[in-house]
Design a protein around this ligand. Structure first.
Ligand code: SF4
Length: 206
């Protein structure tokens, strides 16, 4: 969304050197961008590159992100770093649902984006965006830490463009957002049908 132009109040000439006026959006977005907390969560080999990005050479702490949160309740960035297996998919969705809004998802590597080298595998989800909404994709197998940093900066740029008045998670009443229930893709088991599947399994075969 392009930055919205706002009419700011005029500052009297005698206060120009001491008073600054800025939209609340700017302060809010700046604070959020500079303290985005990733969840401590890795799925496969791409996670090693994420760890490298957090360590001394690439140094995520430059962006206020050095503490990876161990709880989804305290995190607002989920980096999907590796292969999403069908066994792991329910846990990925559950962690995403437990994170408070506003939250962002970064899909890192070919596996998270499309299934990668395991795309045709019987046990691999062909893209995590079949389960949860993804904001930024970082291609590669694995992407280098620099590429991950570029993806993170793209999420920062996105957070910088938001307006408090437009954000769905601040709406109240009937406009309040519902907790998303992701639709599994056609090649996935639909866990909502587990009871029916189990009932079918109990039926005697002829
Ligand atoms: S994209 Fe490549 S490096 Fe990353 S998890 Fe998949 S196989 Fe491993």
């Amino acid at each position: 969304m392009p930055p919205r132009k706002r009419q700011l109040p005029e500052i009297p000439p005698d206060l120009v050197d001491t008073v600054r006026v800025t939209p609340i959006d700017q302060i809010y977005n700046w604070a959020r961008k500079r303290s985005m907390w990733p969840i401590f969560f890795g799925l496969a080999c791409c996670a090693i590159e994420m760890v490298a990005a957090a360590a001394g050479r690439f140094d995520l702490s430059r962006f206020g992100m050095e503490i990876m949160r161990a709880s989804p309740r305290q995190a607002d960035l989920m980096m999907i770093t590796g292969t999403v297996t069908k066994k792991m998919a329910p846990q990925v969705v559950r962690i995403y649902n437990q994170m408070p809004e506003p939250k962002y998802v970064l899909a890192m590597g070919a596996c998270a984006i499309s299934g990668g080298p395991f795309k045709e595998g019987y046990n691999v989800v062909s893209g995590v965006d079949k389960l949860i909404p993804v904001d930024v994709y970082v291609p590669g197998c694995p992407p280098r830490p620099e590429a991950l940093l570029h993806g993170i900066l793209s999420i920062h740029a996105r957070a910088e463009q938001e307006h408090i008045g437009d954000l769905r998670w601040y709406r109240k009443g009937s406009e309040a957002p519902e907790i998303p229930v992701p639709e599994p893709g056609p090649d996935l088991v639909d866990w909502r049908l587990t009871e029916q599947i189990e009932a079918l399994q109990q039926q005697p075969t002829e």
